[in-house]
Design a binder for this molecule. Structure first.
Ligand code: 9GP
Length: 818
């Protein structure tokens, strides 16, 4: 990999920005506002990007490389300008160039809207992975949907979440390139005709009732060092001209218009569900649409080099299914191979099962996708036949393994025989893939033990683990420049490529000067966040306080309400004893709730109500503050994470598949308070038990407690403090004049059975917080622990995750681009 030689010096950069200001934007230095500067700067960087892209594509083509195709319904990219400049090594030169033009780069970067084409962890993981793929010079292409509106913008009004449309492209996007030459046509609905050939063979022909156009938009993905520039190809739906014209000519003006709208609706919005099944027809169409476009694109590229010879397809192509959202690609490839390429079933199936690999991201039953058979029948009539055929052949294998065991067949079948017959996309994904992975060690074990134990028995070795990772370029180098500069001095500047080098910090963990430098950076980051908090909410927080941060989607299993119960307990202790000894603490939240998830929205409302009360109560002596930052997103995370002292990772053990925020916060020197869940377990292994605050029931203890009949009332009656704070929720103390406004939370914790065991873990959580508070009093000791967190995060670079995929699943070779 080449060094980070700036590809533009300051003078060249300045000239390029001015040129774009003049000739791309038609303005000049005197008139330009920050938005124009952002566009001109982006255009200057995009010139480098496109040059890299052209070279990469040519090199890959010349070398006929095997490539991975990462199919994901979500890519949570965030902003690209700063990242692209860092990856090209031109950030500093650009900053200086703009400064000479009287422009502040930080202000310019703020102009860029986040590309929020994802919900949370799964989408952001995909974004980190394509960064690493390019950095490691691996031939790869990301495929997804070009949503017109990404994840909703969250406003908080009177404490409540209000969803507003996200319009990330309203003023154009400087990075994307439309590729009309690669438009695809995608069939939908209609019927299947069976044709009998002269030799007795059967041919199936799908007569679709609708054709939709898939227009590709390419977002270049710049690897760190700038050598390889891969592509993220996102499909936008449009009405197909020819189809529309027919209807129009026949006098169906209104129908023609309706079809336009229907076609364009497909890529209109990202489903804002996280961990919940959408169960909507449009969602299924979205999934099929982007899979079908992507497969056609993959095959087009393959055929360019290999014509109609399918024998090398499995050598050239591997397709990673990011969760079950793209699982419909399996029957789609079968359809192409059997109906169009006229391969026999066994040859086609052999190709399929050597090409697909599937990542499972959740064990939550409500998140495991199922589609009604009748819905697939209606939208994709040929695919349902293929799914039945796959299932039929699979069940005869089950019969061989468990002869006569019909219960087993019912359990493993792709078709769930309920009142409403359903297609189980998880089973389809496992059956159609050659490898299946979970995303953290414990999660992968649970996938084998609880979710797919029979598949593990049938196909030992197919189920495996790849622990998630994060790109250190975005999540340390770019977002925390001060800490990065300090690290550069201690371990050299190449740690973003070799994150294990951070272990070199460990030997300085006891050094008082280094501790001071490390904590000074943290303090400066806290001051910057405090300013942001004030700007966003009007709340002035004390920067001497511990910044305790919980940022993630709002879900009961993530237990923001456990955090809230503990805040209430601290508040109560302070009211009972104004001298109650605790270091001042600011609890900071960022979270979006799925719009239809009532209790999650109630929890947001409760956090805001409690925040308002506590922040206005002088009796707490500035020891306790609570902040809910609206519209949590990638660019806000980049400001919060460097400023965190404490990282809240408090899911019920066994529920969080991995988590990746836990890695980002720890990498930036925050200490984790967390359960033994997901990747927390591996973080604890890396940083050591002395440098993390673990609490709560383990996975096995959770299972035992549930099996023995968990009763939250036992904990409620046994712990007077817990009882008091839960009862508080029933009063109008936090919602004057509106008694009962927070009662739904109490109800879910008691009569609702407390499905995520908040009450069972409360005492242990509160105890861990007391330990944490005591530890913070010893600033040297705390600094040491924080340094050791950063030092031991090497394992969690997404480069390592990608390397694991490459070696164990994809079998890819890097291709160096000169
Ligand atoms: O909930 C998991 C989260 O734990 C994990 O870190 C992330 C990336 O693997 O995926 C999340 N799952 C989903 O978003 C939906 O299955």
């Amino acid at each position: 990999m080449a060094g980070l030689t700036p590809s533009l010096n300051k003078a060249e950069f300045k000239a390029s920005v001015i040129r774009h200001l003049h000739s791309t934007l038609g303005t000049d230095e005197n008139k330009a506002n920050n938005h124009a500067w952002w566009k001109a700067t982006s255009a200057a960087v995009q010139e480098l990007v496109l040059e890299g892209l052209r070279k990469t594509q040519k090199t890959h083509y010349m070398n006929d490389t095997r490539a991975v195709h990462y199919l994901s319904a979500e890519f949570l990219m965030g902003r690209l300008l700063s990242n692209n400049m860092h990856n090209f090594g031109v950030f500093t030169e650009a900053e200086k160039a703009l400064k000479e033009l009287g422009v502040n780069l930080t202000d310019v970067l703020e102009e860029e809207p986040d590309m929020a084409l994802g919900n949370g962890g799964l989408g952001r993981l995909a974004a980190c992975y394509i960064d690493s793929l390019a950095t490691l010079e691996l031939p790869a292409i990301g495929y997804g949907l070009h949503y017109e509106h990404g994840l909703f913008r969250q406003e908080i009004q009177n404490g409540e979440q209000i969803e507003r449309p996200d319009s990330w492209r309203d003023y154009g996007n400087p990075w994307e390139i439309c590729r009309p030459e690669s438009i695809q046509e995608i069939p939908l609905y209609g019927y299947v005709e069976t044709k009998y050939g002269a030799n007795g063979g059967i041919q199936k022909e799908w007569h679709p009732a609708m054709i939709v156009k898939g227009v590709p938009w390419d977002i270049p993905v710049v690897g760190y060092s700038g050598n390889t520039v891969n592509v993220l190809r996102l499909w936008q739906s449009e009405a197909s001209d020819y189809f529309n014209w027919d209807v129009f000519n026949a006098g169906g003006y209104v129908d023609a218009q309706r079809e336009n709208v229907q076609a364009e609706t497909i890529s209109k919005v990202l489903y804002p569900n996280d961990e919940t099944e959408a169960g909507k027809e449009l969602r299924l169409i979205q999934q099929y649409f982007f899979c079908a476009c992507s497969l056609k694109d993959i095959i087009r590229r393959y055929k360019r080099a290999h014509g109609d010879d399918w024998s090398r397809f499995v050598d050239q192509v591997v397709i990673q299914l990011n969760d079950t959202h793209p699982a419909i690609a399996i029957p789609e490839l079968m359809r192409i191979l059997v109906d169009r390429a006229e391969l026999d079933w066994d040859s086609a199936w052999s190709i399929c099962t050597q090409v697909f690999a599937y990542t499972n991201h959740t064990l939550l039953p409500e998140a495991l996708e199922k589609w009604p058979v009748r819905m697939i029948e209606k939208i994709l009539p040929r695919h349902i036949e293929i799914i039945y055929e796959i299932n039929h052949r699979f069940l005869s294998e089950v019969e061989k393994t468990w002869p006569g065991d019909n219960a087993m067949k019912a359990k493993l079948s792709i078709i769930e025989e309920a009142d409403e017959k359903m297609v189980r996309m998880g089973n389809l994904s496992v059956i159609g893939s050659f490898a299946v992975n979970g995303v953290a060690q414990i999660h992968s074990e649970l996938v084998k033990k609880n979710l797919f134990p029979e598949f593990e028995e049938m196909w030992p070795g197919k189920l495996t683990n790849v622990t998630n990772g994060i790109t250190p370029r975005r999540w340390l180098k770019a977002c925390n420049p001060k800490l990065s500069a300090l690290i550069d001095k201690k371990v050299g500047a190449d740690w973003p490529l070799h994150l294990n080098k951070l272990t070199g910090l460990a030997k300085h963990a006891n050094n008082k000067t280094f501790q001071k430098q490390f904590m000074k950076v943290k303090q400066e980051n806290k001051i910057a966040l405090a300013q942001e908090i004030e700007a966003l909410t009007g709340i002035k927080v004390s920067t001497k306080a511990i910044f305790d941060i919980q940022i993630k989607r709002l879900h009961e299993y993530k237990r923001q309400h456990l955090n809230l119960l503990h805040i209430l307990a601290l508040y109560r202790r302070l009211l009972e004893n104004p001298d109650y000894d605790m270091h001042p603490r600011v609890f900071i939240f960022g979270a979006k709730a799925a719009p239809g998830y009532k209790l999650a929205k109630d929890i947001i409302y409760a956090i805001n109500a409690v925040a308002e009360k506590i922040n206005a109560d002088s009796r707490v002596n500035n020891k306790l503050q609570v902040v809910f930052l609206p519209n949590y997103r990638v660019s806000l995370a980049e400001k919060m994470i460097p400023a965190a002292d404490v990282s809240e990772q408090i899911s019920t053990a066994g529920k969080e598949a991995s988590g990746t925020g836990n890695m980002k916060l720890s990498l930036n020197g925050a200490l984790t308070i967390g359960t033994l869940d997901g990747a927390n377990i591996e973080i604890a292994e890396e940083v050591g038990d002395d440098n993390i605050f673990i609490f709560g029931l383990t996975v096995d203890e959770v299972a035992d407690l549930k099996a023995s009949g968990y009763n939250p009332y036992d904990y409620y009656y046994q712990n007077p403090e817990l009882k008091a704070v839960i009862d508080w929720l029933d009063t109008d103390y936090f919602t004057p004049g509106k008694p009962g406004a927070l009662s739904s939370i109490k109800h879910s914790l008691l009569d609702g059975g407390d499905p995520y065991l908040c009450l069972a873990d409360f005492a242990s959580y509160a105890d861990a917080h007391s330990r944490l508070d005591a530890a913070y009093r010893d600033q040297q000791e705390w600094a040491k622990m924080a340094i050791l967190n950063t030092a031991h995060m090497g394992k969690f670079t997404s480069d390592r995750s990608i390397q694991d995929y490459v070696e164990n699943i994809w079998k890819l070779a890097p291709c160096s681009v000169k």
